[in-house]
Design a protein around this ligand. Structure first.
Ligand code: IMP
Ligand code: MG
Length: 184
């Protein structure tokens, strides 16, 4: 019988392959943060982290920013992996801040089908922000089901299931400091 997946089996390479290491992540986040700091110079954007996956990326990103910013979170529930696929996204935990007239930067861990990002674009867009942009650590290539655009992208990755650095598999493995692809 196949062994249950756990942190050890991923880190030791039995169940996964290292895709992006700590240094690469840190370096790329520095670059993105520099770009964001320049683009929002003199402004104080609200960064909205999409829970749960984005919390580590967001935490590292804001510490590299040289501008002021606020932080809030939204949690979505997607039913796209249920047996009855609706492709529907709903809000599980709502925003707590006033969006109208503000510069908003949505921070996501990974874009797969693009449904979440499309949903947030409509949802936050209706709250009348002054500007609305997206920072995404990982974009899966060739996975798009819907049209979307990302303003800041960390890495383009192959279509694989990734874990670590906030990304989970069955709610575990988020605390791995590097990003791995699960072996099929
Ligand atoms: P989308 O709506 O299909 O773009 O899916 C986006 C969300 O699905 C992400 O914010 C993640 O929470 C989750 N997700 C997509 N791909 C992966 C993956 O490879 N590993 C872990 N979570 C993923
Ligand atoms: Mg997510």
């Amino acid at each position: 019988m196949e062994q249950k997946i756990d942190r050890r089996s991923v880190e030791e390479g039995e169940r996964a392959r290292l895709v992006i290491d700590k240094l690469q992540i840190a370096q790329r986040i520095k670059e993105i943060a520099q770009q964001i700091s320049a683009d929002y110079s003199g402004k104080c954007p609200i960064l909205i982290g999409v829970l749960n996956g984005s919390f580590i990326f967001l935490a590292d990103l804001i510490r590299e920013l040289t501008i002021d910013c606020e932080v809030d979170f939204i949690k979505l529930s997607s039913y796209k992996n249920e047996t009855v696929t609706s492709g529907k996204v709903t809000v599980f935990k709502d925003l707590n801040c006033e969006i109208e007239g503000r510069d908003v930067l949505v921070v996501e861990d990974i874009v797969d089908s693009g449904l979440s990002i499309q949903f947030i674009k409509n949802y936050v867009g209706k709250l009348k922000p002054r500007s609305l942009k997206y920072a995404v650590l990982l974009v899966k290539e060739g996975a798009e089901k819907v049209n979307y655009s990302v303003d800041y992208c960390g890495f383009k990755v192959q279509y694989e299931f990734l874990v670590g650095y906030g990304l989970d598999c069955g709610q575990i493995l988020r605390n791995l400091p590097q990003i791995y692809a699960l072996k099929g």
